[in-house]
Design a protein around this ligand. Sequence first.
Ligand code: URA
Length: 202
Amino acid sequence: MESLSEAVGNCRKCGLGHARLNAVFGVGDCKAKVVFVGEGPGFQEDHQGEPFVGRSGQLLDKILETVLGLKRSEVYIANIVKCHPMKNPEAPESHGNDRPPTTEEMSACRPYLEEQLRFIKPACIVTLGSVPTKVLLNIDKGISTVRGHWYDYPVELFGPGHPIKVLPTYHPAALLRNPNLKRDTWEDMKMLKSFLETGKIS
Ligand code: URA
C-alpha cells in the first residue's frame, strides 16, 4: 500500500495531479471488511490529504459510530479519484471551487482503487452517492432506485466465485442538504451491520 500511495502522490495521468495540493489516497484499516467509496476530494480533503474530513466527513463519522459502532480507523475510506477536481485549477485556495470528476479522470484513477481493493480484500464496498455507484457498478440508474440493495462488484478481483458485495447509499452531502434522506441511510447502514456481523445478506 505504501508504494501504491507513493505512486498516487506522483501521478500525472490526468490534469488533476497538476493542480491539487495533496493527493488523497485513502485512510483506515487495510484489513477492513468494508470500504466506503466517495466521488473525489473537496477543499478540506485537498488541504489535509485525507478523505471525508469536511462537513460530509463529520457526518460519515457520526453514521459509522452511531449505527455501526465503528470508528473511521476500523473501516477503509477512499474515493474514485484521488485528487481534488476543481472548476478553476489555478485557485486551490478558493471555496466553492469543487466539481464532479470527469469520465476520463475517473477512468485514469480507477486502477488505483482496484489495487487498494485487491490489497484490502474487503467483503463489501459501500458506494456513497450516484457517481461512485454508477462508475463501480457500470449502471445508469439514480441513487434513490439502487440504494439499499446489494449488488456484486462486476470485476472478480479475488478470482471466480468471490465477488465483493456492493451496497449503494446516499452521499453524506445529500443528507446535509436533505435530512429526510437520513432514515433510508440508517436502514442501509443496518443492512451493512447485519452483513458485517453474520456474513449473510438479509
Ligand atoms: N466527498 C467525497 O466524495 N469525498 C470526499 O473525500 C469528501 C467529500
